[in-house]
Ligand binder design. Structure first.
Ligand code: LLP
Length: 425
């Protein structure tokens, strides 16, 4: 079924937008827990669902995923500590936390070794650095099969333009490194990009099979990585998860046959679990006509949601009128934020070209809701222009809970100092 996004919206998960704004102010991120739970359930055919928390790592979201049976991926020391703070154990069945990266910074290497976190190595150097500190620890290798695909060139993680993973031709060198340090290679991982498709997937599965054959029967788990796309525009459909699983399952079965032992199949989605659950509610604070363009200027900017300026990403938008209207004439508008930078525009295409969007007529004080903002939204927020980080609300079973308060000005400057301020007069 194709997705339909409304142009006028009065509520999210049964809670009125006015009510949500009363609780969180604007701009505010709101997540509908039921969507996340449903998306995890969609992937139940996979042996392990490993949430790529970089998409949305609020502790309450991680806790929700954990309770639903997902484990978690961490790409930094901070994400390891976040996962622990949300109740994941460092070690255990299915490796509750896996560190996936292309480097170890020194603190993260210490953390990984101290806690025995399973590592998915994205460079030959990581194997040697881990081997010197923790010989005998099983590892996963992230392979770059030599090609990739993503919704944007910036989210393509395969091929020789990408810094990610172990270059497929370096596998032999990596295997001799892992032997030298007695690090058994128990897992193989491929993630070729964010927002990929079934056509490319068949190629990835074939590459996985040939890599597994080269590594040999120490492999007990293969990971399909993340990258499952989600609809961002009316008319787009959800990916056929069954077909996605079937392709990987067939590859897994062929590998099992070669090795004559069971091989687990893991998937590592970020966007798929959280994108559609999230909304960014902002208030329209000014409406201006500039030549032929009408601008709706809202109180959220790319400090809150960076995807449009970074990738020209399209997000559905809707209006919630203060007067409760359900019908209004539409018009073509440009939607911009408050930042002192002309790129602070939510309606733009890749390359920074400003475009218009058909939205209902609105007035200053009405709310504008940016939809599908749950993945790579709040986590990519910044303090640019000294804007404080927006709060986050979670709706579950009709209840609205604040899962992050709005950052205060004092919090924002709390780790800054003026040298010798006490002596200055
Ligand atoms: N696994 C690995 C190793 C990854 O690098 C990523 C994403 C994922 C899983 C999850 O990918 P997903 O299922 O979310 O597509 N900021 C960009 C996306 C960057 C993705 C980085 N890596 C965006 O807003 O579209």
């Amino acid at each position: 079924m194709s997705s339909q996004f409304p142009l006028i919206r009065r509520e999210i998960a049964g809670v009125s937008i006015e009510g949500l704004v009363q609780q969180g102010g604007t701009p505010v991120f709101v997540y509908d827990a039921s969507v996340i739970l449903e998306r995890i359930e969609d992937l139940a055919a996979f042996d392990v669902v490993r949430y790529a928390q970089k998409a949305c790592s609020n502790l309450a979201i991680l806790d929700l995923c954990r309770r639903q049976g997902a484990v978690v991926d961490a790409v930094s020391g901070g994400e390891i500590l976040r996962a622990e703070a949300a109740g994941f154990n460092a070690t255990g069945d299915s490796h509750p936390i896996v560190y996936t990266a292309d480097i170890f910074d020194l603190q993260t290497l210490d953390l990984v070794v101290a806690k025995g976190i399973h590592v998915n190595c994205g460079s030959p150097d990581m194997i040697s650095q881990l081997g010197e500190r923790a010989p005998g620890q099983p590892i996963t290798l992230r392979i770059n099969p030599g090609f990739g695909h993503g919704h944007s060139q910036k989210t393509n993680t395969g091929g020789e333009q990408s810094k990610h993973g172990i270059w497929h031709e370096d596998l032999a060198d990596c295997l001799s490194r892992s032997e030298r340090y007695q690090l058994p290679v128990t897992g193989l991982h491929m993630h070729i990009g964010s927002g990929t498709d079934l056509e490319h997937l068949a190629q990835v599965c074939a590459a996985m099979e040939s890599m597994a054959t080269l590594v040999g029967p120490s492999v007990t788990l293969i990971s399909a990585g993340g990258g499952l796309p989600t609809p961002y525009q009316s008319g787009e459909t959800h990916i056929d998860v069954e077909a996605y699983f079937d392709l990987w399952d067939a590859a897994r079965k062929r590998i099992e046959k070669t090795f004559e032992h069971p091989v687990g199949l893991e998937i590592e989605p970020g966007r798929y679990l959280t994108a559609e659950s999230g909304y960014l509610i902002a208030e329209i604070r000014a409406i201006k006509q500039m030549g032929n363009n009408i601008f709706y200027l809202i109180d959220a900017g790319f400090n809150d949601l960076a995807r449009p300026i970074l990738y020209g990403a399209y997000h559905p938008m809707s209006i919630c009128h203060r007067d409760g209207s359900m019908h209004r004439e539409s018009r073509q508008v440009v939607v911009g934020g408050p930042l002192c930078e002309s790129g602070d525009i939510f309606t733009q295409t890749e390359g920074g070209y400003v475009c218009t969007r058909e939205l209902p007529e609105a007035s200053v004080g009405d709310f504008l809701v940016i939809e599908c903002a749950g993945a790579y939204g709040s986590v990519m927020g910044s303090n640019y222009n000294s804007k404080t980080l927006a709060p986050e609300l979670l709706i579950q079973d009709g209840q609205v809970r604040t899962i992050r308060t709005r950052q205060t000005f004092e919090e924002m400057i709390s780790n800054e100092t003026i040298p010798d301020a006490d002596k200055a007069s």
